[in-house]
Design a protein around this ligand. Sequence first.
Ligand code: NAD
Length: 504
Amino acid sequence: MVPAEGGIVAPSKKYLNFIDGKWVPARSRKTFADINPANRDEGIGLFPESEPEDVELAVQAAERAFSEWRLVPPPKRGEILLKAGLLLKEKKEELARLMTREMGKVIRESRGDVQEAIDMALYISGEGRRLFGQTTTSELHDKFAMSVRMPVGVSGLITPWNFPTAIPSWKIFPALICGNTIIFKPAEDTPLCATKFVEILEEAGLPRGVLNLVHGGPSTGEAIVRHPRIRLISFTGSSEVGRLIGEHCGRALKRCALEMGGKNAQIVMGDADLDLALEGAVWGAFGTTGQRCTATSRIFVQEGIFPKFKKVFLERSRAVKIGNGLKKGVEMGPLINETQRKRVHEYVEIGKREGAKLEIGGRPARGKGLEKGFFYEATVFTGVDPKMRIAQEEIFGPVTCLMPFKRFEDAVRMVNDTPYGLSSSLYSRDVNFAMKAIRDIEAGITYINGPTIGAEVHLPFGGVKNTGNGHREAGQAAIDIFSEWKSVFVDYSDKLQKAQIDVD
Ligand code: NAD
């Protein structure tokens, strides 16, 4: 068992995989280092660099556990999840502080991330007493018909680093309630949050082998995707990686749910409550340092109010306080790693080359206490053509484009003109615009008078076009990913009845 956290962790502290109910190193003993993005000198720990043979052991354990777990009555599975939810609640502050150290988001947001997992545990544990199917009629005499949900089997869950507790909970809890067993590979930038999450499920009484944690990077993920006896892949991450995973699963006829990138937009109509729209835009663009799949990376403002909106938005964006997310008053933490900082900066250079006007930001943030972290300034472009790469591609950093429009229809057309379709927002007091936005914006989520971020766990979450492949997480939709329908017919007529044939 990994000992409990207390204070600063020595860089050499070693963490383990969790396979078949035991904490074990990778067979090769290889490890990778995890550091604090706000201070690269602060090591979080060393984690196993797992290889295909570790994945194989995890699959064997999950297969063994499946034969019993699938038979545990769902309300009993729900009780374990409820207990996990209560443990998460008890440890919320400890987990949130670890998250800020490991991933960088400001402490208030880390608390929100853990809260989302608590909400999901409470919501989905009740599902153990529902998992509804249908009973229906039969076209034949003395015949009973119904459909029931069955587990899929051993499931591979691959998650990103930006919501290190919430996203795993969105996959693990629904997968468990449906009776599946799991191989869980968290992002290599947030393995400690994942370890703590698995410890909580262990403490809640999950039987051995039901949940197996296998740390590692892309090659570990690939070993999971390619494993022939893993029947389902649920992936959240970039569209580039999701496409590769989808291709493989397509060929292998493997069930596959993909949640990927976004290029989310906020529309501000001339009649909007300007202060509210400004507050929403700053939060949407720079919350989580822009590293949310639902971040507001395009803001369309109606011409009449554009100059005023721009002036105040730039003032407020310039004032966003950057620093270590554990410090009081800090509003924006670092980017997750140096690679991500370079990527964000490259996009800023692309924007300048394309002819957009860099209004503020556009460089690594400097100042006392920022020297050792991957900090980047809040960055705003104007003079952006909606076809430019900065307005089309996901940047995943604190960069947003401010663009004017004339008519509502023009804004909707530009909002829809990207390969993505995750989240969207409209600020207006006119109910007609609100209803048209709900109808016409091509996205999985539309907020009216709210920013592009703010999902709740009991509603479906996901997007259209390159954001997803038709599935949704959370809500009842999650149950559809993690269960197979079985149709059942019970004939009590004592004779052979032929459907479609023995009917007049
Ligand atoms: P990523 O695609 O680089 O990695 C995600 C996960 O996949 C990690 O665990 C990684 O190790 C693994 N992985 C990488 N290559 C793999 C491969 N070839 N085979 C199997 N697994 C592989 O994404 P990221 O940088 O961790 O996260 C950022 C991305 O996630 C952004 O694009 C963001 O929009 C997206 N995201 C989407 C949602 C959503 O619900 N739509 C939510 C959060 C983040």
